[in-house]
Structures are given as structure tokens and as C-alpha cells.
Write a protein that binds this ligand. Sequence first.
Ligand code: ATP
Ligand code: MG
Length: 442
Amino acid sequence: MTAIPEAVKKVLEVLESAGYEAWCVGGCVRDLLLGRRPEDWDVTTGALPEETLGLFGSRAFPTGLQHGTVTVRMEHCGVEVTTYRVDGPYRDHRRPEGVSFTRSLDEDLIRRDFTVNAIAMDLRGTLRDPCGGRGDLSRRLLRCVGDPNRRFEEDALRILRGLRFSAVLGFDIHEETEAAIHRGAGLLREIAAERIQTELFKLLSGQEAASVLRRYPDVLGVFWPEILPMVGFDQKNHHHCYDVWEHSLHAMAAVPADPVLRCAALLHDVGKPECFTVDPQGTGHFYGHGAISRELADGMLRRLNCSTVFRETVVRLVEWHDREIPRTDKAVRRALGKLGETGLRQLIALKRADNLAQAAAYHDRQAELDKGEAILERLLAEDACFSLKQLAVNGKDLTEMGLSGPAVGQALHMLLEAVIDGRLPNEREALVSFVSQFVTEL
Ligand code: ATP
Ligand code: MG
């Protein structure tokens, strides 16, 4: 089993030798008991923030004094040390209006969200577990501390955190907590986009993300109503053995656990219900769904205040998922030029997953993806040129030939296109002589 790291032990020791109680608490204890590697280490203590600041001197930073948090820098890691606290009254189903400090560990533990997150462990490995967290850990069960309806009314983000822990840890959700999640889902409307985004992306990266979303589309639908029409939407098409939502969940489960890919897979067909048509034979079609899905996904990611890079990467994959996978040298070089290596690899992963989430009779299309991927590997190994910075001439070369202003960029793009299409070799002499024919025109 992983042990408490030395740096964290040191923090606990300093606090204890000054006469204060000090415990590791929350996610790190939960993960330690599960044999998982904790992400970060939180310490809870009876010392007041000023006392902690005094004890650690220049190593201590008042990073969240209003919540009682002091960050102590030890070697390379920062340990968050928070004073035992109880939350004041909640307003608007968000954070408490204020917090007050207490000298009681148990009071601090019972204000926490889930029983498995409400266990404390000291230096010697002694556990304090007033909410039965260990029992729930062994049952692999997620259960609110106290009355779930009340806990979600206090802070609705806990609803999404619950789904996140269930998806990441593969825990079932206790019956009463589950009922309260469905009942309280609408309260998530009060929660800031950034807080939702953080929890949602952790959820999507979880091993059990698909099975959690399958049971809770209503929760996702509160901030992403666009997904609701997908649920149960019959595609009436022999390529598909699932409705649009099930298909999307299967695709999501089949891509690596990375937020970009998981998001792209979940949303790649979100526009399908909007462009559904049925032909005289009774077969369903979704002409143009790549573009509509892109548009919807763009709005959905903007609503969560996702970064521009993230949003643009996802929506480009959503749009491109409906195109043929490039399977000739020229087509792969072009796709590399548009998407870059990472982007093209992501597209291949998405298309693989999309295909695997279709009827088994069509899984032979994996061979086409293999072919495209093999060409990609070979071109990269050959150092093939697909971007301006790989071109054997640069802007300075063209300026020296007498080009200026926008003509330089135009000429570079023209050369790149000719190289990608195989009309010119990526060799300086050939490129220069090609441009010299056009110098006067440009
Ligand atoms: P992770 O593995 O992602 O760090 P975590 O359980 O440590 O998960 P944090 O967000 O780091 O989650 O929070 C640390 C601890 O603080 C939680 O384990 C829980 O005890 C408590 N906590 C965090 N957010 C809330 C909340 N909204 N309501 C109640 N308790 C919370
Ligand atoms: Mg944590």
C-alpha cells in the first residue's frame, strides 16, 4: 500500500509537536485505503490558520484564508493545511456564506460530501471514521454524509461530484443518494460553469463514465439539454444497433480516457436528431450531421467556459468524424497539414471508436483505419513535409527573391500545397526555381 509521503509526514509532525491535532483527510485517505495513488494531500488540523502560518514561517502561504486554508511548501510539493471547520448557512445552493473554525475533528468530518471522503488518518495510521466511510469503501458504495437531499440543496455541485466519484472509482451510488441526485439535478443551474466543467471532465475520464451517464442523462441535461433528444433516438439504419445516445456512450467508452477525445466522442452525433430524415424504404439518414453536431458542441462547450484551444480541438474532431478517413499519401499529408499529427491521431481514434459502436457487420472498416494509420506512420518516419515550418524555404528566402508583404505568405502556402500534393519535391532548389517563375505576378 502507498504510504503517506515524507513531506506530508513532516507537516503532520510539525503540527503535532506544537501540540495540535493533524490528520490527512478526504480524497488522499480514500485513495490510500483503496490502494490508488492519491492526486494531492490535504491535511486538516485543530490549529487556527494564523497558528499554522506562524509554525511554518516562510514555507507557509495564506492561499485560502477565508476557508481556513494555508499552503505549506515542502520540497517539491504543496500541502494544503485547513483548520477544522463547520460550514455556515448555505444560500443559492452554492458555497456556504461563511465558515467557522472548531477544535473538533468529527465536526469537520461530518460536513464533508460523501462517507468515503470523510475519513481521517494521522501520522501513525490511526483512522477516524465517524460516518462509516470504511464500510462503504469495502462495499464500493458512494453515500452522502447525512440526508442526501439536504446535502445537495446546500451545495448542488455535490451531485456532479457524486457521479464523478462513481465513474472514476467504479462505485455504486447508494439508493437514497441516487434518488436525491435525480430529484435535485435542477439545482445544478445555480452552479458556476467552471466548477461544473472541472467535475464533468473528471467524470468523462473515469473508467465507468459511460455506465454512469447511461443512468443519469437527466443530470447532464440540466446544463447540456442538447443531449436529451439523443436518448432513445431510433436511427432506423442497418449500420446501427444502438439508439443515438447508446451509440455515443459506446463510442465514448472506446476512446482513451482523455477529456478531448471523451468529449468529442460523446458529442460527435449530438446533431443527429435535428437532421433526421427517412427515405421511402424506411431507412433513416442524417445528412450534414457533422456540421450541425459541430455547431451544437461549440455552444455546449462555450456554455461551460471551456478554453478556446479545448473547444476548437473538440469541435474540429466532431466535424471531421463524418469524413472519409484519408487513405492515400496525398490525403494523409493534407489531413496532417490541417490537423497536425496529434489531431490526426485523435481523429483516427475517434473514428475507430465510432465504428466499433456500430453494428458488428460493419467493423471491417477498422481495416481502412489501419491503412490510413500505416500511411501516417510511414510519412512521419520519412519526415514528410506537411507544414510551413518543414518547408525547405522560408519567408526570408522569398524576401531575398524580391517578394514582399502578403505575397510572401501566399507564395509559401502555394509551395506547401504543391509539396503536399506531390507536385514538387521539398527541396530548396526546386522550390526557389518554381517561385522565380511567378515573382513578377506575385
Ligand atoms: P481528488 O481525488 O479529485 O482530489 P477529493 O475527494 O480529494 O478528490 P477535493 O475536491 O480535492 O476532492 O476535496 C477534498 C475533500 O474536501 C473531499 O474529499 C471532501 O472531503 C471535501 N469536499 C470537497 N468538496 C466538497 C463539497 N463540495 N462539499 C463537501 N465536502 C467537500
Ligand atoms: Mg483532493
